[in-house]
Design a protein around this ligand. Sequence first.
Ligand code: B12
Length: 497
Amino acid sequence: MAKFKVLLIYPNLQMVNLLPTNIAVLAAYLKEHDIDVALFDTTLYRTSNRSVDDIRVEHLQLRPFNLKEKGVGYNTTDIFDDFLKIVDGYKPDLMAVSATDDTFDLGMSLVSRARGRGIPVVVGGVFPTFEPHEAINNENVDFICMGEGEDALVELCRYIQKGKKPTGLKNIWAKIEGEVYQNPIREPIEIETLPYDDFSVFDDKRFFRPMQGKVYRMLPVAIDRGCLFNCSFCAAPVIRHLYRKTGGRQYFRIKSTKRILKELTHYISKYKADYIYFNSETFFSRKEKDIEEFGEEYASKIHLPFWCQTRIETISTRMVRVLKRMGCDRISLGIEHGNEKFRRSFLRKPFTNKEVSTAFEILNNNGMKVTVNNIIGFPDETRELVFDTIRLNRNIKADSINAYFFTPYRGTELRKYCIDKGYLDPAAKTDNLIKSSILRMPQLRPEEIKGLVRTFPLYVKLPESYFDTIKIAERLDEEGDRVFSELSELYFKEYFK
Ligand code: B12
């Protein structure tokens, strides 16, 4: 029998270059099951007027970078023509789209172009996981996958290949002759024994990604999956809840040190990576002893610069010394908000401001470069509350400072709160957490939030004597733009070299 062929579709935001491990793991898993795979990836097409990273440079979050030095630029051909060429050349038996809230529409506009060819379409990822009805009712969709896709996708392929109706597969909802068949979720997969991620499906240009001014050949390495924490603005606690109902394996899983080292060695030799991006929501979620053991092995056998992120509560002198020995280039920490009470009760991040200061003292004393993540424009947030976040950031010494627009992603506890309070139309689509606020709140309007986002690093790093001038730079008018551009120049010259 001819091999079954799947066209994976990754409708990404323009130039969000970090390789996604979900596509790589699905590609590997399908191939392991003797299914043929090709990929259509939209990352290098101009699908909007500016990229996420270009906006982040404007918002003083990233140092300017030049992808062209590594030969990476935009595709000049038409995205839809190219898509149809792949469909007609490869002739897939199934089109498989991976979608988040921000990318579902682009995915649908692609597959709609190929709809007349009788190729079934399955959509997986966080969007259908949280919005299954909207996803399955889309006219371009035949199947959706809620939750993890490895086994569900392989089973779906087998059913289609054998001409059987896939109406009863766990994780898969099927729409057949107008009728929708819903199915329960299966337990999370064992990640220790998965095949290694297959990044060979990606164009070679996709391996390059900027990190604070430099462009590296960067590889994401998934060392665990899931998250143990409960942040109300994040999808993870809701996904955990979804899996708990299965009564099986937990959502948060880790790979062993042995397995991670083998994977690293394989990726570095196969893809020639010169920088590792540890794909883990909390790098220090395993036992300190295990981290030390892994750190020793990494320091002696791998020792490539790397990025990781962790939680404030997990920072200790002992752990930061491990990072130093390993050659860590940069660590990211999410503070999100500077008001302790607001952060604890509303965002469900229960650490104290004292813990934040202590963590930064340890990191600074050990010469670690830190990126700090903040969010502005939470429901009910006031200008005064935003200034609590500015004040906390002024008290710590971070190398780079991110301020994102609060974005009410599907499935999250805070999205529901926004709808209940009348700040958000239930049907509202998220745009992007670096572009604008989609909430409509009387006490903090979208334009004010935008002004605060762009001037946030200025408020944090410049002396207080500049505050009146920075306030002018918040304004989104001609004078505001001029002052903002002058202050930006100063910022890049004196505070963010
Ligand atoms: C690592 C990560 C990234 C990486 C990699 C992205 C990726 N698509 O893998 C980078 C940095 C590139 C990234 C970018 C963005 N991210 Co992100 N990211 C994550 C994070 C922390 C982990 C994701 C991950 O690797 N999980 C492990 C993999 C294996 O799981 P998975 O992605 O869910 O995939 C499994 C299933 O969903 C399913 N599946 C996925 N696709 C498909 C397709 C088919 C056909 C099938 C059958 C199954 C299937 O099978 C997979 C394997 O089991 C999550 C948080 C979370 N807990 O999920 C946020 C998260 C996914 N990101 C989020 C956001 C908002 C973004 C951005 C829009 C941010 C931005 N403005 O730039 C972009 C969108 C880019 C994109 N095209 O996805 C949100 C999405 C919210 C939502 N409801 O849409 C999340 C949930 C975080 C949050 N705020 O709650 N992200």
